[in-house]
Design a protein around this ligand. Structure first.
Ligand SMILES: *[C@@H]1O[C@H](CO)[C@@H](O)[C@H](O)[C@H]1NC(C)=O
Ligand SMILES: *[C@@H]1O[C@H](CO)[C@@H](O)[C@H](O)[C@H]1NC(C)=O
Ligand SMILES: *[C@@H]1O[C@H](CO)[C@@H](O)[C@H](O)[C@H]1NC(C)=O
Length: 457
């Protein structure tokens, strides 16, 4: 069977970015088409071999790993559910519905699949299924899995109309609007898929970015340099010896300015750094001043303005420049212009910067004692995030693939789930009034991999 040439590229990209040595287990990006192809294949083979009269179909992929051997070996764990389709008929698996009126009969199966792209072969090596059990299906899972009907298309059109008016979207012509509708429609499904796989309490769905393809979103709003460039080395921060309070939020202590908006520019690194310095300045000097990102976009020549940057090099640029002007004096444009920084207008300086920790308990302790922290994370779950505590599977949100810088302002627990409170720079009309809540305690989305702060004396 043909493996799409995209597979080879995807694997290379994953190995390069996450730096996982050949031959060791690593995770697979589960919403990738290649994984879907393998799951479909496994399910077809399962149905062929099984003695049931009914057709089974995937409810959920609960684990996916891969290993380079003499090819690429995938180990998938898939929850299969009994559908209303009978085997005799020539069934189209995608059209087979589960019997939602009853709880679905399910089985958990492990499949080992070998893909050898260079000889165009995909082979199931091994399959092992659990006893049948009864699985309650959530409405979210139903949505992902039910085949699309005309009603659904109409419903999607209504949603799109609302979306266009809510976010004041303007498209150049009908053709563009149609294209955006198609993307919107695909994104709704993707959001439902992300929803059905979330382990937290988050709600995913329509956001102001729902009419962008993943590539567009990545190009306009994310920061490729975070995982492709080594951070500038920094001194290690002194960690508090006393343990962290159970919860803490710098918004309650006046150390955080309003949520800003980076616009269509990959300048998150600048917002993450100004947010941190606003906090440090407030804690050392007692006044909260909104600081200029545009100064960094224009004048930090180590970083790449809207093309991305690293907090670690931004600190150094600020030290070299002599400080930051205020937001008011050097206001945000969202594109690079020539540097018009003036030393006379500096309203906050920094003396150095420190790298904090990768241990979330230590990060919390440092934060509670010292202020908001500049962090970077994998923004996988953020394009369609609406509210609640986001907790994607590790395979979907690899820590090695950080692509967005933000500001950690607090932490706590909601309904027994530990979270980090994260200030984003996508405006107030994204997430929970501009904030993202991410599961705390498992290094979710690599949030613990690039924690740093400026130091103000
Ligand atoms: C690989 O297999 C597929 C289907 O089996 C076939 O269509 C395709 O042409 C093959 N490609 C190569 C390079 O052999
Ligand atoms: C499937 O694999 C997982 C680990 O990959 C293992 O924990 C589990 O017991 C396996 N289940 C079956 C039914 O073999
Ligand atoms: C920190 O930096 C400021 C501005 O550059 C400078 O005036 C001050 O002396 C520095 N403080 C220390 C302790 O180095």
């Amino acid at each position: 069977m043909m493996a799409p040439s995209g597979l080879v590229f995807l694997l290379c990209a994953l190995y390069l970015v996450s730096g996982i040595p050949t031959g060791r287990w690593s995770d697979v990006y589960a919403v990738e088409p290649e994984l879907k192809r393998l799951v479909d294949l496994a399910v077809r083979e399962y149905n062929k071999a099984s003695t049931h009269k009914d057709v089974y179909r995937q409810l959920q992929v609960t684990d996916a790993r891969k290993q380079l051997v003499s090819g690429v070996k995938y180990d998938l764990t898939v929850l299969l559910g009994r559908t209303l389709c009978k085997k005799e008929s020539n069934v189209n698996l995608d059209k087979c519905q589960f019997d939602y009126t009853n709880n679905v009969k399910a089985q958990k199966c492990n499949f080992s699949i070998l893909v050898v792209p260079w000889i165009n072969e995909t082979k199931i090596l091994h399959q092992l299924c659990s006893q049948e059990f009864t699985e309650e299906i959530s409405s979210q899972k139903q949505d992902t899995l039910s085949a699309e009907s005309e009603d659904e298309v109409l419903e999607t059109m209504t949603l799109f109309k609302d979306f266009v008016s809510t976010y004041n979207k303007q498209y150049s012509d009908n053709e563009e609007a149609t294209r955006r509708f198609q993307i919107f429609s695909k994104n709704l499904k993707k959001a439902t898929e992300i929803q059905s796989m979330d382990q937290g309490t988050a709600e995913y769905g329509i956001t102001k970015y729902s009419d962008l393809t993943e590539d567009e979103f990545r190009a306009f709003y994310l920061n490729p340099l975070l995982s492709s460039q080594p951070p500038h080395p920094m001194r290690k921060a002194l960690l508090p010896t006393d343990s962290a309070p159970a919860q803490f939020d710098w918004r309650d202590h006046g150390a955080v300015t309003e949520v800003k908006n980076q616009g269509m520019c990959g300048s998150c690194w600048a917002f993450s750094v100004t947010g941190n310095i606003e906090g440090q300045w407030f804690l050392k000097k007692g006044s909260l001043v909104s600081l200029s990102e545009q100064e960094l976009v224009d004048c930090d020549n180590v970083d790449h303005a809207c093309g991305g940057g690293l907090p670690s090099s931004a600190y150094e640029a600020i030290e070299n420049l002599g400080g930051l002007e205020t937001e008011q004096d050097y206001s945000y444009q969202g594109h690079k212009s020539s540097c018009s920084f003036s030393t006379g207008k500096v309203s906050a300086y920094i003396n150095s910067s420190v790298e904090i920790s990768t241990d979330e308990t230590e990060i919390a302790a440092w934060l509670a004692q010292n202020g908001p922290i500049s962090i970077a994370l994998n923004a996988f779950a953020m394009q369609f995030y609406r509210k609640g505590i986001s907790h994607p599977f590790r395979i979907l949100c690899l820590p090695g693939m950080i692509d967005h810088a933000v500001l950690l302002v607090g932490y706590g627990e909601r309904d027994g789930k530990p979270f980090w409170a994260i200030k984003n720079s996508w405006g107030l009309d994204w997430g929970e009034q501009g904030y993202y809540y991410l599961y705390r305690g498992s290094g979710a989305c690599g949030m613990n991999t690039m924690c740093s702060s400026a130091v103000v004396h």
